[in-house]
Every structure is written in C-alpha cells, then in structure tokens.
Design a protein around this ligand. Structure first.
Ligand SMILES: Nc1ncnc2c1ncn2[C@@H]1O[C@H](COP(=O)(O)OP(=O)(O)O)[C@@H](O)[C@H]1O
Ligand SMILES: N[C@@H](CCC(=O)OP(=O)(O)O)C(=O)O
Length: 367
C-alpha cells in the first residue's frame, strides 16, 4: 500500500488479555511495536482500545460479571487510567507520544462535539502524536453510549477519514460460522459487500470478556465500508499482523470499500440541507468553478443565513447562480467578519483561526 495512509487499529479485550483475565503485557508490547513500525513506514495511526474494565478488574480484584452498572463504572474509571499508563510507558520505549481521547455516542451525533473531536484527533496526528481512544465507560450509560468498541472504531474511522480500519481479535477472521463452536468452519478471505448472508454468519462474543463478537465487527465493517474505508478483521496473535496488513498482505478477512472516500464525502455533503449562502466574487467563482480550488475569505462578498462551523452552505456567483456546495470552516457570523479579508488576517479579526480556507476544496462539491 502507498505510504501516508491513515490507519485506525481496534484491539479488543480478547487481544489485550490473550485469553486471560488480565492485561497481557507481552501482547501490549507487540501491539505498540506494530504501531511504531506502521508509523516508521510513513503512515499515521489511531488506536481504539478496549481493556479499561479488565484493567479495573485487575486492580480491584472483582470481576465485571454480574456487577451493578455503578460497579462497572467504577471498574472502567479505575482501569482506564491504568490502561493508559501502560500505553504511555510502552510508547516511550518506541519513541512515540500517545494522547488519551475518550468519546461517547453524543460526540458523533452532535455537530459541534463531532467537529471538536475531529479537531482534537487531527491536531494530534498533525503533531505526530498517536490518539488512543476508548469509550468513556465511566459516564457513558444507556443511550449515551456507543456500546461496543467495534462500532466505536468505525465511527472513529469515519471521523478521521481513515484509509484503513484494522480490527484485531482472537479469531483468525470472519468464518463461515463461529470457529469456537464449529470446528469445520472456514475463513472468508474477502467480503465484497455486507449482505444478509454475511450477517447470518455472525455469532456473539467468544468469551465473557468480549462485547458483541463478530456481530459488532460486521456492523463496524458495514459502517466503515459505506463511508469508503476498507476494513480488515484479523488475528491479534499473528506476528506483525498490523504491519503486514498495512503492507497489503492477505491476512484475516478484508471488507472492500463500497464507495471511494471522496465519493462518500461528496454524497454526504449533497445529502445535507444547506443552511446558508455564500456569495463569491468573480475571481473566487472562477477558482472554484474552473479549478476546483478552495474558497478563501478574500473571495467572499456576502454571507447569508445562519450556520455553524461544519454546516453545508451554497456557494453562489455574484449573479446568484449556485456553483458549488461545501462545508464551511467558520460559522456564519465569523465568516461575515472575515469576508473580503486576507487569510493572514483571520486570527487578528476573530482572535482564533480554523485555517486559511472558508471552504476547503476537499469539502466542496462542484455542481
Ligand atoms: N462467524 C464467526 N467468525 C469468527 N468468529 C466468530 C464468528 N461468530 C462469532 N465469533 C466469535 O467472535 C469472537 C470475537 O469477538 P469478541 O469476543 O467480542 O472479541 P473482541 O474482544 O476482540 O471484540 C471470537 O472469539 C469468536 O468466537
Ligand atoms: N470500553 C470497554 C470495552 C468495550 C468493548 O467493545 O470490548 P471488546 O469487544 O473487547 O472490544 C473497555 O474498555 O473495557
């Protein structure tokens, strides 16, 4: 595969414990080494990790099974810090810096929270810091939670627009049936499309430690591939699994992306209801229409409507013709203040900046 890929790796409790009831340090060392190798090969990496509850169990000595919700919150709260401590120590050995980011379902539903999460992760990656993500289990209960880290990893892959999502688990991939209970089941190396037949293969978690089993992994694969990110489900105990997968080796089960990432993004932009209109001067209209360029504040004549950062707006030429649609990097009121100004003045005018573009060309669909 090409260098410069953005890879999201999800590791389940099954991998982190190597089938025991504790975090398995040698396994965690292997994982960090794999992540360091992927980074050294010129890729970006985001880790979505389970293991907080098991780490809490290790510390407090009582297992999560048959516990009250409050006790599970306690286990996660105690365990998350310990889990992160391990990652930070291992990262040091490999010269990496990690950043903890805890998310809940609302961070993906609410536009402002979504953009804030995206900015946090993008900033980490831009600075060479590896985000280490888990659900915020201590507070995410009931309808607040995504509920399983497979689905969370697919949401994260969409959030950072990953080129690849790798889910490492204790099964060698997707099998024709749960290999624990069906010894004759065989590996499905490639899934072109997540069909009802594929769904029918999924069994539940392989142990009392995992959440969701293959079902949530197929769900994750469906979410990510629909947004243009291919997914590989592979065994966490295979040596150098991550690097091999990133290099394109056939390992585990590969789910092919249903659309290209760009196509998925453009469809999404067009599906949004436009919340406002931005009127462009002739130079900007030409740059957008003819060259597919970004829209800079300098080329904006007027801003109409009320919209927030990240909302879809119509880009119209001075004669009122709609030429493109795109995601605004600034809220309407802020955009109005920097309209007609050079990008280097943005920070002076607003006191902050989200970058030189009003609408970046990657966030723009020409009509
Ligand atoms: N069709 C299938 N192919 C492979 N594994 C399956 C299948 N159906 C169910 N499983 C089970 O899913 C388990 C992995 O999920 P889970 O226990 O939740 O692990 P993790 O902690 O990695 O998320 C495997 O151990 C396996 O027993
Ligand atoms: N967020 C939880 C894990 C949730 C989860 O999906 O677990 P798993 O199926 O092992 O990936 C934790 O840190 O313990």
């Amino acid at each position: 595969m090409l260098p410069g890929m953005r890879v999201v790796l999800k590791v389940g409790t099954s991998v982190l414990t190597a089938g025991t009831d504790r975090l398995h340090r040698p396994r965690m060392v292997d994982l960090m080494r794999g992540l360091a190798a992927v980074r050294a090969a010129g890729h970006e990496a985001v880790l979505v990790t389970s293991g907080a509850v098991i780490a809490g169990w290790e510390a407090l000595g009582f297992p999560p099974r048959d516990r009250t919700v409050a006790e599970k919150q306690l286990l996660a709260a105690v365990g998350q810090g310990r889990l992160m401590h391990q990652y930070a120590q291992l990262a040091d050995i490999y010269g990496l810096t990690v950043a903890q980011v805890l998310l809940i379902a609302d961070d993906f539903r609410d536009r402002t929270r979504y953009l804030n999460a995206r900015t946090a992760l993008d900033t980490c990656l831009a600075r060479g810091v590896m985000p280490v993500i888990n659900e915020n289990d201590a507070i995410a209960l009931e309808q607040l939670k995504v509920g399983d880290n497979d689905t969370l990893s697919a949401f994260v892959a969409n959030l950072v627009e990953a080129d690849l999502l790798v889910i490492l688990t204790d099964a060698p991939g997707l099998y024709t049936a749960d290999p624990r209970t069906h010894p004759h089941a065989t590996l499905i190396p490639v899934v072109e499309r997540v069909t009802p037949e594929i769904w029918a293969l999924a069994g539940g978690a392989g142990s009392h430690r995992g959440t969701g089993g293959m079902h949530t992994k197929i769900q994750a694969a469906e979410i990510a591939t629909r947004a243009g990110t291919p997914v590989v489900i592979a065994p966490g105990d295979a040596p150098d699994a991550l690097l091999r997968i990133v290099q394109g080796d056939a390992l585990g089960t590969r789910f092919v992306a249903a659309v290209s990432r760009l196509e998925a993004r453009k469809r999404w932009i067009l599906a949004e209801v436009a919340a406002g209109r931005v009127v462009l001067d002739d130079g900007a209209a030409r740059a957008v229409r003819e060259r597919g360029g970004s829209l800079l504040p300098a080329g904006i004549r007027a801003v109409e409507g009320r919209f927030d950062r990240g909302h879809t707006v119509r880009l119209v030429s001075a004669d009122g013709q709609e030429i493109a649609r795109g995601l605004s990097r600034y809220a309407a009121a802020d955009l109005a203040r920097i309209a007609g100004r050079h990008s280097r003045d943005i920070e002076d005018v607003l006191g902050f900046t989200y970058g030189p573009e009003a609408v970046h060309r990657d966030d723009l669909v020409r009509l």
